[in-house]
Ligand binder design. Structure first.
Ligand SMILES: Nc1ncnc2c1ncn2[C@@H]1O[C@H](COP(=O)(O)OS(=O)(=O)O)[C@@H](OP(=O)(O)O)[C@H]1O
Ligand SMILES: [Mg+2]
Ligand SMILES: [Mg+2]
Ligand SMILES: [Mg+2]
Length: 311
C-alpha cells in the first residue's frame, strides 16, 4: 500500500475492497442456503452473512489500522479469519485521487469507522436482495466524512454482480451516475418493516405523490442518489449510527443532507449512543429546512419526547 497517501485516503481505499469482499461473502452464504438466522429483537434478525461479513471487514481494517476505533453492528467479532477473508489490497484507482486538504492531517485518534456489514437483513432473509448493502462509514472528529455503499446484488450491464459507491466530503462521489429526481412530483422513500402511527403522521404531512417502501438505510439513500426519490423520511427511533454514517457521508459529498427529523446532524464519535433516537430525514436537491418544517411540530415533539424517555 502507498503509505505516502494521507491516512483517510488509505482507509477509504481499503474499505472499498473490504466492502466488495463482504459482498461476496453475503452472496456465498445465500447460495449455500443455510442463513443461520438469530432474532436480536422485534423485526431485527441477524444471519450468518451479517456475522461473517463483519468479521472479514473488521479483521481487514484492524490489521492495517490497529489504532483506529471500529464499531460494528454485530458487536465484538472473532478477528481470526482465513486468509481468503483478509483484504490487504486497497483500491488503487481511489488512491490516485487528491486528498481534500481538510482531512489531510487527520490522525488515528481522529477517526471512528462505523460498520454495518449487511444493511437490510430482514429483506435479505425475505428474498428482496436488491435492498441489501454493505456500509462502511468513516467519521472524523464527530462528523460523517467518508462512506462506502456496496450493493452485492446490483447487476452491472456486463452481467457482473455488485457495485461499489463511495463518497468523501470535499472530493465527491464515485461508482455511480447521479440523477435528479423528477420535477413536479414529491416521492418519499421510507421503511417497509419499522413503521408506526407517529411515523405515518409525518409521512402524511408531505402529501407525497408516491411512497416507496424499501429496506435498509443504504438502499434508501441510493434512491436519492439515483433520482428515484426526493426525500427519505423515518420519524421514529430505530436505525443506528452504522446505518447512517456511510449514507450521510456519500449523500453530503454530493450536496445532499442527512439529519434527524429536527434538521440536526448526528454525532459519530466513539462514545455516542448507537440509536438514532430522533429519526432520519434526508434529501437531495431540496430545501432541507423546509422539509423539516413540513413535519408537524407536535409529531417532532412526540418523537423527541419518546427519545428522551428511553435515553
Ligand atoms: N425499530 C428498529 N429496531 C431495530 N432495527 C431497526 C429499527 N428501525 C430500523 N432499524 C434498522 O435500521 C436499518 C434500516 O431499517 P429500515 O429499512 O426498516 O428503516 S430505516 O432506514 O431506518 O428507515 C436496518 O438495519 P439492518 O439491521 O442492518 O438491516 C434495521 O434493522
Ligand atoms: Mg441488523
Ligand atoms: Mg443497517
Ligand atoms: Mg446490518
Amino acid at each position: 500500500m502507498a503509505t505516502t497517501s494521507p491516512l483517510i485516503m488509505r482507509i477509504m481505499a481499503l474499505s472499498i475492497n473490504t466492502a466488495k469482499r463482504a459482498g461476496c461473502i453475503i452472496r456465498d452464504v445465500m447460495q449455500q442456503g443455510d442463513l443461520g438466522i438469530v432474532d436480536k429483537g422485534k423485526n431485527d434478525p441477524q444471519t450468518e452473512a451479517d456475522r461473517s461479513a463483519q468479521r472479514s471487514i473488521i479483521a481487514s481494517l484492524t490489521k492495517q489500522f490497529p489504532r483506529i476505533k471500529i464499531i460494528g453492528e454485530e458487536g465484538c467479532s472473532d478477528l481470526n479469519v482465513c486468509a481468503d477473508w483478509l483484504v490487504e489490497e486497497p483500491d488503487q484507482d481511489f488512491l490516485q485521487q487528491a486528498c481534500p486538504s481538510k482531512w489531510r492531517d487527520a490522525e488515528d485518534e481522529d477517526f471512528v469507522i462505523w460498520v454495518d456489514p449487511l444493511d437490510g437483513t430482514a429483506e435479505y432473509t425475505q428474498g428482496f436482495v436488491e435492498h441489501v448493502t454493505v456500509l462502511i462509514g468513516i467519521a472524523v472528529k464527530d462528523s460523517a466524512v467518508g462512506g462506502i455503499i456496496h450493493q452485492p446484488y446490483y447487476k452491472q450491464p456486463s452481467g457482473e454482480l455488485g457495485r461499489t459507491i463511495w463518497g468523501l466530503k470535499g472530493l465527491g462521489t464515485g461508482g455511480f451516475t447521479s440523477k435528479a429526481a423528477p420535477e413536479g412530483q414529491f416521492i418519499i422513500t421510507t421503511t417497509r418493516s419499522h413503521s408506526n402511527a407517529l411515523h405515518q403522521q409525518a409521512l402524511d404531512a408531505f402529501s407525497a405523490t408516491e411512497i416507496l417502501k424499501v429496506g435498509g438505510a443504504g438502499f434508501k439513500v441510493l434512491q436519492l442518489l439515483e433520482g428515484k426519490a426526493h426525500a427519505y423520511v423515518f420519524a421514529t427511533p430505530g436505525c443506528k449510527k452504522w446505518d447512517t454514517c456511510a449514507p450521510e457521508a456519500v449523500l453530503e459529498a454530493l450536496g445532499g443532507t442527512l439529519t434527524d427529523i429536527n434538521g440536526t446532524h448526528y454525532s459519530y464519535h466513539a462514545d455516542v449512543e448507537h440509536v438514532n433516537r430522533t429519526g432520519v430525514l434526508a434529501s437531495l436537491g431540496q430545501n432541507h429546512t423546509q422539509l423539516v418544517e413540513k413535519i408537524p411540530a407536535d409529531v417532532r415533539q412526540a418523537v423527541s419526547a419518546k427519545a428522551t424517555k428511553t435515553n
